[in-house]
Design a protein around this ligand. Structure first.
Ligand SMILES: C[S@@+](CC[C@H](N)C(=O)[O-])C[C@H]1O[C@@H](n2cnc3c(N)ncnc32)[C@H](O)[C@@H]1O
Length: 161
């Protein structure tokens, strides 16, 4: 996820749904000097734990459907990279559309949005519909090779604004 997001030049990086922080540590160690990092997590307990675990991160407790509002309230500048750990497969179409439109609205021009999908289910109707949504929202969508060491195997969509 981190490699696919080319964070070397990013000034502000945002993670959606950091959970327990498996991506977060990797993201923080890949940031260039002076870059800032925020994360938005819906579960307040996880958000609190993440703030303690990663004091360098600004962890906001809130829902990605209100991403724009949260960034404004917290005075977080528009990110040039957004990495998502959100469970898109359990979201209904409305929720997917809503969150994707928030991501489009806050991501800087030329910015990158990365998210993962499980290999196999991506061939099903819902998986294909999600890919089409990404293609409608972003000017370029690329797929990584399959990461077999992940369980279940997964791959990454890297989307450019
Ligand atoms: C698959 S887990 C994240 C995995 C993460 N990479 C980790 O290491 O734990 C998905 C996370 O997204 C969060 N989440 C789900 N819906 C959300 C939403 N609408 N807004 C923000 N976070 C959300 C969940 O609470 C959960 O922590």
């Amino acid at each position: 996820m981190v490699r696919a997001s080319s964070l070397e030049n990013a000034e502000h990086v945002l993670e959606l749904g950091p959970g327990t922080g498996a991506f977060t540590g990797e993201i923080l160690s890949s940031l260039r000097h002076g870059a800032s990092f925020s994360a938005l997590e819906i579960d307040p307990e996880l958000a609190r734990t993440m703030s303690k675990k990663f004091p360098r991160a600004k962890v906001i407790a809130g829902c990605a459907t209100k991403l724009g509002e949260h960034l404004e309230t917290e005075k977080v500048p528009p990110p040039d990279a957004i990495l998502s750990g959100l469970p898109w497969a359990v979201f209904d179409e409305n929720l997917q559309n809503h969150i994707l439109s928030q991501i489009q609205a806050v991501l800087r021009d030329g910015g990158v949005f990365s998210t993962f999908a499980y290999y196999g289910p991506h061939r099903l109707k819902a998986g294909q519909a999600f890919r089409r949504k990404l293609e409608n929202c972003f000017s370029r969508v690329e797929r990584s090779s399959v990461v077999l060491r992940n369980f279940p195997p997964a791959f990454i969509y890297t989307c450019r604004h």
